[in-house]
Design a protein around this ligand. Sequence first.
Ligand code: DX5
Ligand code: ZN
Length: 216
Amino acid sequence: MNQLIAPSLLSADFAHLAQDIDMINNSEADWLHLDIMDGVFVPNISFGFPVLQYVAKLCTKPLDVHLMIVQPEKFIPEVKALGAMMMNVHFEACTHLHRVVGAIHDAGMKAGVTLNPSTPVCMLADIIRDVDMVLLMSVNPGFGGQKFIEHTIDKVRQLRQLIDETGSKALIQIDGGVNLETGKRLVDAGADVLVAGNSVFKAADPKDMIHQLRSL
Ligand code: DX5
Ligand code: ZN
């Protein structure tokens, strides 16, 4: 299987969202990655549901929603109402992660669990069989355009081993500083899904960049 590519709307031109979504719709992108921030869990605020309702109406790709917020379980109905395929919650934001994963599944969505760079892969040992995807942050969450943290490559290998040992079906997704160079090494280490913000939206030809990331 080719790696999947999920461009992150955080790096789009917010004054021309319809144009950028149209580009995504007409590209080889597999999913659209949506970053919701609350200014509490992360030191930034992005966009919320009133904006995303319009994004969801225009976008023809499956929606991959990454919640960088405290108590993400409060917003399961809102994420579901967008028609989201995947709801990603942070390990660090969920005291009762097993319950949250179950509630996301009960709502009819796939459940992803995200790890900050400082959270070790071994923390997932007791939830890995229950999740559809693990998102490894390769930057500290909150901003696009940051430098890739090298240790992520080791974490991808560790996570691949945990998945293989446990028979989990979880996909491995990486988010932060992904470009053609880091993307190639991530795929070689075992990544299944690459999120790409700046490398896609700031490229001279974003559609071609999506094609290149997909062909690594
Ligand atoms: C950061 C977000 C990312 C961000 C990635 O907190 O979760 O999805 O958009 O941006 P790049 O690819 O520019 O690092
Ligand atoms: Zn993200």
